[in-house]
Design a protein around this ligand. Structure first.
Ligand SMILES: [Zn+2]
Length: 225
């Protein structure tokens, strides 16, 4: 396309049409760029949203794990407390002291009698009346020898030995563990005895420690004979 001067249009100043064309192209390019920007922005937004969703998810998971750990720890603590309480109750129950018989007539005290030591107390009751261990312990001896007749020796949890004499029958064996109030046999008239009764001895320092007054000893445990 030549002008009247022969110069090409490109060399001369732009015509209005050309200017418009350039403006349009520029405008189109800008629109295009702005479309690209919008898409990039949208993509970026999506990315950010995804990341924050991921972060939020992680945080929620961390919180859930923390809550679960707290719940488990609390349950464990409660379980431990319940176990300790049960143990304490079992210990208290095992260390409880009771009288060797429920129904009896007190017939003889501890002390000198007929020129020798009466080493225990006598509780009279009809033959076969239940005799019980006064606390938890282990049956360390069963014998039928001597003036004491059929007898049971029990070593208790804190070291004291109790001896039950003149029994008619035994309900336990040597080595057996017994609890407070557990029946060990029945009253009888065996050995040197003049009528069915329980002769009961307390040896606070074990088998060879010597007997003590059972009434005073039982009173110290809160028990009245
Ligand atoms: Zn006696």
């Amino acid at each position: 396309m030549l002008t009247t001067t022969g110069a090409s249009l490109a060399d001369s100043a732009p015509t209005e049409l050309q200017t418009q064309t350039i403006d349009l192209a520029l405008a189109q390019s800008q629109v295009s760029e702005s479309i690209d920007d919008t898409e990039a922005l949208a993509a970026r937004r999506t990315e950010v949203t995804d990341q924050s969703a991921l972060l939020q998810g992680r945080q929620q998971e961390a919180e859930r794990v923390a809550r679960e750990q707290e719940r488990v720890a609390l349950a464990k603590k409660k379980e431990e407390e319940a176990r300790k309480k049960a143990e304490e109750e079992a210990r208290k129950a095992a260390q409880k002291w009771v009288l060797p018989m429920n129904n009896y007539n007190f017939t003889s005290a501890f002390g000198q009698r007929w020129g020798r030591l009466h080493a225990g107390i006598d509780l009279a009751a009809p033959i076969g009346t239940p005799i019980v261990s006064i606390s938890s312990g282990k049956v360390v001896k069963i014998s039928s020898a001597g003036g004491c007749g059929r007898q049971v020796w029990i070593e208790h949890w804190e070291g004291t030995i109790t001896r039950y004499c003149h029994m008619d029958y035994f309900s336990v064996n040597v080595g057996e563990r017994v609890g407070p109030g557990q029946k060990i046999g029945g009253t009888g008239n065996t050995g040197r005895s003049y009528g069915p009764h329980l002769h009961f001895e307390v040896h606070p320092n074990g088998m060879n420690g010597g007997p003590t007054n059972p009434i005073k000893w039982l009173q110290a445990k809160g028990l009245g004979v």
